[in-house]
Design a protein around this ligand. Structure first.
Ligand code: GDP
Length: 444
């Protein structure tokens, strides 16, 4: 996501950076290029125009033009304006009086059913959500919700009989069910359609009358660009939406909808879908998005992931302390914790500066290496893990055999361990990015 936008912005800003002091003409040509870049990313043209006008005004101030590092000032301004373009973060509304009712709407294929379960799973830590199948026209839709909810261990309610078509009966049944099962959040997965039509709107309105929702959320597919923005506008006029979930932001969407949907519709994006699995949902954070676009990494996202995975304090102890007690047992724990964070290539992309590493490509990250290295350490005796120095020739052969790897791979792991031990000592010094690169085993 945002790859092209990110690349163009970065080259535009570094071009400015190479100039030293800037003239009003330099700003003019940079703003023209910025405008083209935004439009190519499929940002709504009115939103792009306002965005550029604000940046131009701030960038043309004497203070910026006369500074010694004008391009850095402009980068900061672009970041600021990206954040304000996406608006203030808007948390989910939770009613002080349970149950909180969330109505999910969306066109077919937008990711509505998946997002319903993702949202329930996201809330599970602090609530007891119930997802309700209200798309009765397609029996497969009910089944899809049931299967996804089962997989995510989320409570499900659906029609009693396969042929039931009375959606209001299901909604009333869900309320009763939630009372007896202590569900404090009810998420209604309503029918999807290919187009907005009167029948769909009528159904949504009658559901809302029987069970007034606190949140009316529209799920939109970011891959559809300005189409997403247009359908959000139309749904908002009819339903008075309270929030949006933008899905498929993990794909190669150009990002224009993420940037401009709020400015155009006035409806805040509350969550972003970033994968097919039911755990791939992030609270939408304009700062985080802007940071990603500007190539500043995603520290906030990384910290959240670390927290969610329950990674212990151990992992974030001071490097100096780690260096003293760092043995292979500890390395194994680190591998296990890394695994909990999710696919390694995603995590690597969240580390600031990673994209600046020459020839770094997320797809080059060797995901299998983590599993192999774990197996190697698991094949060692406790004594070997604590004192890796004793692992000589015959032990290396035994370990290779036990872990189904090769002596060469064992050698590699031990060399890496040694490198890391040294690295922990000097981690705060310069060149941390390069050392991180070898830590993760990039460039097979
Ligand atoms: P619905 O028809 O709106 O209920 O859409 P579904 O929930 O069935 O999703 C349609 C397709 O999009 C499915 O194949 C989902 O796995 C996929 N999908 C949904 N959300 C995301 C997302 O955030 N990222 C990716 N890559 N795929 C998604």
């Amino acid at each position: 996501m945002f790859d092209a936008l990110k690349e163009k912005l970065s080259s535009l800003l570094s071009k400015l950076g190479s100039k030293g002091r800037l003239s009003p003409e330099d700003i003019d040509s940079a703003m023209r290029e910025l405008r083209r870049t935004m439009l190519e990313a499929d940002v709504d043209f009115r939103a792009a125009k306002d965005f550029i006008a604000k940046i131009r005004e701030r960038a043309s101030s004497a203070e910026v033009l006369q500074s010694i590092t004008p391009s850095e000032r402009i980068s900061a301004i672009v970041y600021d304006e990206l954040v304000s373009l996406m608006g203030k973060p808007a948390p989910l509304i939770i009613s002080p009086k349970p149950p909180t009712v969330i109505l999910m709407a969306g066109l077919q294929g937008s990711g509505k059913t998946t997002s319903t379960v993702k949202l329930a799973r996201h809330l599970k830590g602090s609530h007891n959500p119930l997802v309700v199948a209200c798309d009765l026209r397609r029996p497969a839709a009910v089944e899809q919700l049931r299967v996804l909810a089962d997989g995510a261990k989320v409570s499900f309610y659906g029609p009693e009989n396969a042929g039931d078509t009375d959606v209001l009966k299901v909604v009333r049944g869900a309320v009763k069910y939630s009372e007896s099962h202590m569900n404090d959040v009810i998420i209604l997965d309503t029918a999807g359609r290919l187009h907005i039509d009167d029948e769909l709107m009528g159904e949504l309105k009658s559901i809302a009358e029987v069970l007034p929702p606190h949140e009316r959320i529209l799920v939109v597919d970011a891959m559809t660009g300005q189409e997403a923005v247009n359908s959000a506008k139309a749904f908002h006029e009819l339903l008075n939406l309270t929030g949006l979930i933008l899905t498929k932001l993990d794909g190669d969407a150009r990002g224009g909808s993420a940037l401009s949907i709020r400015a155009v519709t006035g409806v805040p994006v509350k969550f972003a879908g970033v994968g097919e699995n039911t755990d791939a949902l992030e609270p939408f954070s304009p700062e985080r998005m802007a940071g990603r676009i500007m190539g500043m990494g995603d520290i906030q996202g990384l910290v959240e992931k670390v927290r969610a995975a329950g990674v212990t304090e151990n992992a974030i102890k001071s490097p100096g302390k780690i260096a003293k007690s760092f043995d292979l047992e500890m390395l194994l724990t680190q591998f296990e914790q890394l695994e909990k964070l999710g696919p390694i290539e995603k995590i690597a992309g969240m580390i600031p500066g990673m994209d600046k590493i020459k020839d770094f490509r997320a797809e080059d990250v060797d995901a299998g290496a983590l599993k192999r290295n774990k197996a190697i350490i698991q094949s060692m005796t406790p004594q070997e893990r604590h004192n890796p120095k004793i692992i000589k020739g015959s032990r290396r052969r035994r370990i290779a055999q036990g872990s189904g790897t090769s002596v060469q791979m064992v050698n590699q792991l031990l060399a890496q361990y040694e490198q890391m031990r040294k690295m922990f000592k000097s981690f705060s010094g310069s060149g941390g990015g390069r050392r991180l690169k070898s830590l993760f085993g990039f460039g097979r």
